[in-house]
Design a protein around this ligand. Structure first.
Ligand code: CTP
Ligand code: CA
Length: 230
């Protein structure tokens, strides 16, 4: 077995990582969800553990095995994710929001399975916007000096490239760091390799990593290290 020595720069720190994708129930058997596998969040948790941290991993609908030495809290909905992340964040030096949070949820979840109607039509499903967990954590700082980190999967389009979209989002969110992941063309969402640009809260580039999710995870912790309160 190859043993790689990692810097113990997170020794004595408590870090909270969210992973996976939240699901919002439509009825007892259906949900509104997304395709996040949880792999990047799990890699972040493993890397933090390897660097000496105590790690709480809040996992939304992830089927991966729990990383050794990491406390996993399983959740389903955005409301549950928010509650568990905020509870763990009360003692955290760092919170990393790697989960894909459902942006919207049905205003009502039917208590019985929605049935097809004889006329072949369906009632419209009315959605409301979920709270922005990352922006709240960044604005409130549950612990003074807590480092707050977000992840964003972006595609370029005719109006702006991946990093430009990320820069606008970094400024909007108020987090200390935003890891911007280029998706599309075989990158991101379950693919093996990632291309990530790490921005600070002003949208300036403070790191870059193209590689495996483990390499990306270590690049994120490399960028967090200098921001930790002494
Ligand atoms: N996030 C969050 N709560 C939400 C939505 C997103 O905490 N309700 C977090 C994600 O965990 C991630 C970061 O915000 O760390 C960026 O998520 P993203 O979906 O890219 O940002 P949005 O603000 O939802 O913008 P978009 O319209 O591009 O989806
Ligand atoms: Ca979103």
């Amino acid at each position: 077995e190859l043993v790689v020595a990692h810097p113990q720069d997170l020794a004595g720190r408590h870090v909270v990582v969210s992973a996976g994708g939240t699901r919002e129930p439509l009825d007892p058997v259906r949900y509104l969800g997304n395709r996040s596998s949880g792999r990047q969040g799990y890699a972040l948790a493993r890397a933090a553990r390897a660097r000496g941290a105590r790690v709480t991993l809040v996992a939304a609908n992830v089927t991966l095995p729990a990383p050794a030495g990491v406390a996993v809290v399983a959740v389903e909905t955005t409301a549950e994710l928010r509650e568990q992340v905020r509870a763990a964040a009360r003692t955290a030096d760092v919170v990393v929001m790697a989960a894909a949070v459902a942006d919207f949820r049905p205003v009502v979840a039917a208590s019985h399975k929605i049935k097809k109607r004889a006329d072949g039509l369906i009632e419209p499903i009315v959605l409301e916007v979920n709270p922005d967990i990352l922006a709240e954590l960044a604005a409130q700082r549950l612990v003074p000096g807590q480092v707050v980190v977000g992840f964003a999967a972006e595609t370029g389009d005719e109006s702006a490239d991946v990093v430009e979209h990320g820069r606008a989002k970094a400024r909007r969110k108020g987090a200390d760091l935003l890891a911007v992941n280029a998706v599309g063309g075989g990158l991101g969402f379950g693919a093996v390799d990632n291309a990530v640009t790490i921005l600070d809260g002003r949208g300036e580039v403070v790191g870059k990593c193209a590689g495996t999710k483990d390499q990306v995870a270590h690049a994120v912790w490399d960028a967090v290290g200098p921001l930790l309160r002494r």
